[in-house]
Write a protein that binds this ligand. Structure first.
Ligand SMILES: NC(=O)c1ccc[n+]([C@@H]2O[C@H](COP(=O)([O-])OP(=O)(O)OC[C@H]3O[C@@H](n4cnc5c(N)ncnc54)[C@H](O)[C@@H]3O)[C@@H](O)[C@H]2O)c1
Length: 297
């Protein structure tokens, strides 16, 4: 990343979902790189975050969202608002009902994006998910049409969480058309570090079949945070959907072996081998100029 893509020192960023796993890492990463951060979440943080301001409330409510942006603009004062990072969502099915997962995730994304557009904030970076492809939370075994799965892969969703991410991506494209806001939707795989990552790797190493629906994708939480910062500063315009995943799988078995057992009919494209990720990440490198740094191997 060259100097001209660095944030103006002291620029302010709104981070929604700031109390969550990825949100806490994003806040810490932005603060470490000279940003001021305004946090927002349903839940107030239980420890000091370093945020210049924190707004607790439900972002699936228009009045709350408007209040959060008032707090953002009051906190920024005369300094620039670099952008909004929207992470607030129920990150899986089953936390609340199917209907509420869809309603809350989509409405919060729509409202946060629209308000950024209306207020002339230049860029919104938001967490989508590789679940938007449809395999991860399906109530049946689905298979990729081809691998590596890129951002143009057909939508196979049959679950409301995956649909909430597809619809959030649509809300971002809509915001770009409507207001000219730059929008970057990051499609994350399983994201973890520490105990969460250890437990996940142990489970997959015991039985690779357990992660067949997630196609063995993974990303270290600190890399997720760094990718968010890259998406805030990358020289881009318009709307982008970008896969962000580690270059390898979380599995011990080579990727072609996994495919032969669990997804034998998937077309295998170009030079694919070793423990290569089943997700294509050319756009991550080309559009964001980003490469993950962490490996578990
Ligand atoms: N963790 C993963 O493996 C993973 C993978 C792919 C995508 N994602 C996406 O990344 C984002 C962050 O996930 P996470 O793992 O940090 O989840 P998390 O549950 O730890 O954090 C999400 C935060 O959003 C808040 N939130 C939820 N709905 C809200 C609402 N309506 N208004 C205000 N706050 C609300 C929650 O209180 C929570 O603190 C989510 O959008 C999730 O879908 C996560």
């Amino acid at each position: 990343m060259t100097e001209e893509h660095e944030a103006p020192h002291g620029a302010t960023v709104l981070v929604t979902g700031a109390t969550g796993d990825i949100g806490r890492a994003v806040v810490a990463d932005l603060l470490a790189h000279g940003y001021r951060v305004v946090g927002a979440d349903l839940r107030a943080p239980d420890a000091e975050t370093g945020c210049a301001a924190f707004a607790a409330g439900n972002l699936a409510d228009a009045g709350t969202v408007s209040g959060v942006y008032d707090t953002l603009q009051a906190t920024a004062g005369d300094s620039p608002v670099a952008g909004v990072v929207h992470l607030a969502a129920y990150p899986a099915p089953g936390i609340v009902s199917e209907d509420e997962t869809l309603r809350s995730n989509v409405l919060a994304a729509y409202l946060v994006l629209q308000e950024a557009g209306r207020r002339g904030i230049p860029r919104v970076v938001a967490a989508s998910s590789l679940s938007a492809v449809g395999l991860a939370w399906a109530d049946r075994d689905l298979h990729p049409v081809y691998v590596p799965v890129d951002e143009e892969h057909p939508n196979l969703t049959v679950d409301s969480y995956g649909l909430s991410k597809v619809m959030s991506e649509e809300a971002a494209a809509f915001t770009t058309r409507r207001f000219g806001t730059e929008t970057v939707m990051l499609r994350f795989p399983f994201v973890g570090m520490g105990e969460r990552l250890k437990t996940r790797l142990a489970s997959t190493h015991e039985d690779a079949g357990r992660a067949r629906r997630e196609l063995w994708g993974w990303l270290h939480t600190e890399d997720a945070a760094a990718s968010v910062r890259a998406a805030l500063t990358a020289p881009l315009t318009g709307h982008h959907v970008v896969n962000v995943a580690a270059p390898d799988t979380e599995a011990l078995e080579p990727s072609r072996e996994l495919l032969a057992v669990y997804h034998p009919d998937a077309e295998i494209r170009d030079g694919f081998g070793g423990h290569d990720s089943l997700f294509a990440t050319a756009r991550m490198r080309d559009v964001l100029g980003f490469t993950p740094r962490h490996t578990w191997r």
